[in-house]
Design a protein around this ligand. Structure first.
Ligand code: AMP
Ligand code: MG
Length: 349
C-alpha cells in the first residue's frame, strides 16, 4: 500500500483533505491524524474489520483496548449505557481536550474495540483537524497512538511515516502536536474515580472537579509488581532502541552522576545521549545533550519528551541518561512515560 502524506493547517483547514480522510475511514481504511496529544491511527470504531487493521499495523496486543474519539456529545449516547454525574462534570470541565473517560459500554461497540471488556474508553479531542475528520466520517473513530507498539508515541507526521509507511492509506500532517503526551485515562465505572493513565489533564485538575480521585497503584509504584487496571499499561512502552537510565535526587548529585557515567562511557567509545533541562544544559561535559525544556514549565518537557526519545534513535546512541522531574502536576505523566521508556531503570541518589 502506498501511504500518502498531506499537509493541513489547523487554522485554515483544507476541506478536500478532510473529505479524503473521512472517505478512507468510511471505507474501512486507516488514516493517521494529529490530535492535541499525539498522532492517532484512526479507523471506523464501529467496524471490527477496520479496527483489526489497527492492531495489525501497530503490532498491538489484542487485549489492549482502543479509545473511541467523538466530535460532539450527541455521539456519546449510543456508545454508553449511562452518563453519570461525575462523567458529566468531567465532560463539562475537560472536553474537548486530553481526557479519556471509561464508561460502561453499549452493545453497538464491537468487542475488538474494548478487547472484550464491558467498558469503553471515549474522548473528544480539541484539535480541529481531528474534530473535522470525525465529524465528516459520521462515525466514532478508534485511534490509538500511531506508532509501532512499544515505540515512543508520534508527535509529528514524520514519526508516523517512519513507523507505519505502507501500512495505512493517509497521514494528515498537521505539524507537531501541542501537549506531546497521551490523554489522561480516568475510570468512572467504579465507586471512586481512578486515574488509569496520567496525561494532559492532571490529578490536581481532576481532584478539583471530582473531589476524591485515586491513582492506579501501577502508575506511581514502579518497584513492586502491581498489575495495572488499564490493559495497555502493562506492556513495554515508549521505548527507545538503546538502554535508558533515569536519575532522581538533588540537582547537583544528578548532574554529577550523569557526568561521571557519560565521561566513562564516552572514553570507552560509546555514544551517550543526555536528556537534561534548560537549567542544567551547560553543566554536562560529554555526550549528545538535549534539553527537554524548562523545569519552570513542565508542559514544555511533556511537549518534547517523545520527540527527543526519537532523536536518540535517529542518532543511534548506545545509552541514554536522563534527569527526572517531580511526580506532581504534569510531572506525574512525564515520569510515567520516562520510567516505562527506561524499563523501570531509575537510580535514586
Ligand atoms: P493508546 O490509545 O494506545 O495511547 O492507549 C489507550 C489506553 O487506554 C491504553 O492504556 C488502554 O489500555 C486504555 N484503555 C482503553 N480502553 C480501556 C478500557 N475499557 N478500560 C481500561 N483501559 C482502557
Ligand atoms: Mg499508545
Amino acid at each position: 500500500m502506498k501511504t500518502k502524506v498531506l499537509k493541513v493547517d489547523e487554522d485554515n483547514i483544507d476541506r478536500e483533505i478532510i473529505k479524503q480522510a473521512s472517505e478512507i475511514i468510511k471505507n474501512g481504511g486507516l488514516v493517521s491524524f494529529p490530535t492535541e496529544t499525539v498522532y492517532g491511527l484512526g479507523a471506523n470504531g464501529l467496524d471490527s474489520d477496520a479496527t483489526s487493521k489497527i492492531f495489525e499495523a501497530k503490532g498491538r496486543p489484542q487485549d489492549n483496548p482502543l479509545i473511541l474519539h467523538i466530535s460532539s456529545e450527541d455521539e456519546l449516547k449510543e456508545l454508553v449505557r449511562e452518563i453519570s454525574d461525575d462523567a458529566r462534570k468531567c465532560m463539562d470541565a475537560f472536553w474537548p481536550g486530553p481526557l479519556t473517560i471509561i464508561f460502561n459500554r453499549s452493545e453497538i461497540v464491537p468487542d475488538s474495540v474494548t478487547a472484550g471488556l464491558d467498558t469503553v474508553a471515549i474522548r473528544m479531542p480539541s484539535n480541529k483537524i481531528a474534530l473535522e475528520i470525525i465529524r465528516e466520517s459520521k462515525k466514532p473513530i478508534a485511534a490509538p497512538s500511531a506508532n509501532t507498539s512499544g515505540k515512543p508515541s508520534p508527535t509529528a507526521a514524520e514519526h508516523v511515516y517512519k513507523d507505519l509507511d505502507g501500512k495505512l492509506e493517509l497521514i494528515v500532517d498537521g505539524g507537531r502536536t501541542g501537549i506531546g503526551l497521551e490523554s489522561t485515562v480516568i475510570d468512572l465505572t467504579e465507586d471512586v474515580p481512578t486515574i488509569l493513565r496520567p496525561g494532559g489533564v492532571t490529578y490536581e485538575d481532576l481532584s478539583k472537579v471530582l473531589g476524591r480521585v485515586e491513582i492506579d497503584k501501577s502508575i506511581i509504584n514502579f518497584t513492586e509488581n502491581i498489575v495495572p487496571k488499564s490493559p495497555g499499561q502493562k506492556y513495554k512502552h515508549y521505548a527507545p532502541n538503546s538502554e535508558m537510565y533515569i536519575f532522581k535526587g538533588e540537582f547537583k548529585s544528578v548532574v554529577d552522576r550523569i557526568n561521571e557515567i557519560a565521561i566513562e562511557k564516552t572514553q570507552n567509545g560509546k555514544k551517550v545521549g543526555i536528556m537534561c533541562t534548560d537549567e542544567s544544559l551547560d553543566k554536562y561535559k560529554a555526550g549528545l545533550i538535549y534539553s527537554m525544556g524548562s523545569r519552570e514549565d513542565e508542559d514544555s518537557i511533556a511537549h518534547n519528551l517523545f520527540h527527543i526519545l526519537r532523536e536518540m534513535d535517529r542518532e543511534n546512541v548506545d545509552i541514554i541518561l536522563s534527569e527526572s522531574v517531580d511526580f506532581s502536576e504534569m510531572g506525574l505523566a512525564i515520569m510515567n512515560r520516562m520510567i516505562k521508556a527506561a524499563g523501570g531503570k531509575i537510580e535514586q541518589l
